[in-house]
Design a protein around this ligand. Structure first.
Ligand SMILES: [Zn+2]
Length: 335
């Protein structure tokens, strides 16, 4: 009979850790995540410090490998997952990102794979956020759901159908931010008029607030605030400021309309919302829900849950990127 030690040597070991990387304009966050979704180590650096993408990828590789060496070693890492704006899962490239310092097409997956010697999967930020919600968050166990991320300038989304993410013919599915909610409305960065994100992003909310102050004869506490943002407008709401409440009401009205159109087309079990703007709580969510119920197709009205993400803002996308890493075929250059 074999001794226990010999038996263990006669089976293969699996690698129980991956690296998740979240690339944004302001910072790049990277983490080692284990098989249970626990973050073992996490750190970040400024993306804008690297206008040259080759310098960026070299520095990122160096920082990740240093973290790995300090926390168990290279041989424990199975693969790497990356979240980035305007990235295509099909090609592994970042393509013409408006929100990153590098122009044109960046073959990020290939560049990282060459330098790290590990399998690398790349996907766009909206897709990775949805994967995080499915694996560790509010969409756990769901097969049909939408995740909408509301950021400073835009609204990204990804939806799952029958347990699979819907990528679309060319990988650009889910651009709900660029659906029209006001014919001839505000100018959008995409070139069209009246896109949802021109009203419901953080910038859209601030613009609505400023328009209200300008047009209304009603006095408002908001006119005393130097830099209007979500928090300061919400604070004015708490003090009963009518124009601040109206700014969130109009934002919620547009968001509810956009989400109702979305839900009427794909009939999700739930819509999960992420982003700082949700900190405004009832000031945004109540008018949004009312608008949603008014506009959505009646047969799905009471059956669509609207949820706010339960994952931490700083952890969601590295967790999603780590989940992406588990999906890629294992490969290691330096075993
Ligand atoms: Zn647009």
């Amino acid at each position: 009979m074999e001794s226990n030690g010999e038996f263990i040597e006669s089976v293969d070991k699996i690698k129980t850790r991956v690296v998740g990387i979240d690339i944004r304009l302001e910072k790049t966050t990277y983490a080692m995540v284990d098989i249970r979704g626990d973050i073992i180590a996490q750190d970040y650096f400024s993306t804008l410090d690297f206008p040259d993408v080759n310098d960026y990828v070299s520095t990122l590789t160096e920082k990740v490998l240093t973290m790995v060496e300090e926390n168990g070693g290279y041989e424990t890492i199975r693969s790497v997952g990356v979240s980035a704006p305007s990235a295509s899962m099909t090609t592994g490239c970042i393509e013409n990102a408006a929100n990153l310092p590098w122009k044109g097409v960046v073959p990020l997956a290939a560049m990282l794979r060459d330098r790290m010697g590990l399998a690398v999967a790349v996907a766009n930020d909206a897709h990775v956020t949805a994967l995080a919600e499915k694996t560790y968050g509010s969409a756990h166990g769901m097969k049909d759901f939408v995740v909408v991320s509301i950021s400073h300038g835009g609204l990204g989304s990804c939806f799952y159908s029958n347990g699979q993410p819907h990528l679309g013919f060319d990988g650009f599915a889910g651009e709900v931010g660029h659906t029209c909610v006001e014919v001839g409305g505000r100018q959008c960065g995409c070139g069209n008029l009246g896109c949802l994100e021109t009203y419901c992003s953080k910038q859209g909310l601030v613009k609505t607030a400023k328009e209200l102050i300008e047009k209304s004869k009603e006095p408002s506490l908001m006119s005393e605030v130097e830099d209007l943002d979500i928090q300061s407008i919400a604070k004015c709401c708490d003090k009963g400021d009518k124009l601040a409440i109206e700014a969130f009401r109009q934002t919620g009205e547009m968001l509810g309309l956009g989400l109702a159109n979305y839900a009427s087309v794909i009939n999700p079990e739930a819509i999960i919302l992420t982003g700082d703007i949700l900190q405004a709580g009832k000031w945004l969510l109540k008018p949004m829900r009312e608008s949603f119920d008014r506009h959505v197709f009646r047969n799905i009205k009471s059956k669509t849950r609207i949820l706010v993400s339960i994952l931490k803002e700083g952890e969601r996308d590295v967790l999603g990127a780590s989940a992406l890493a588990w999906d890629v075929k294992e490969y290691s250059l330096f075993k």
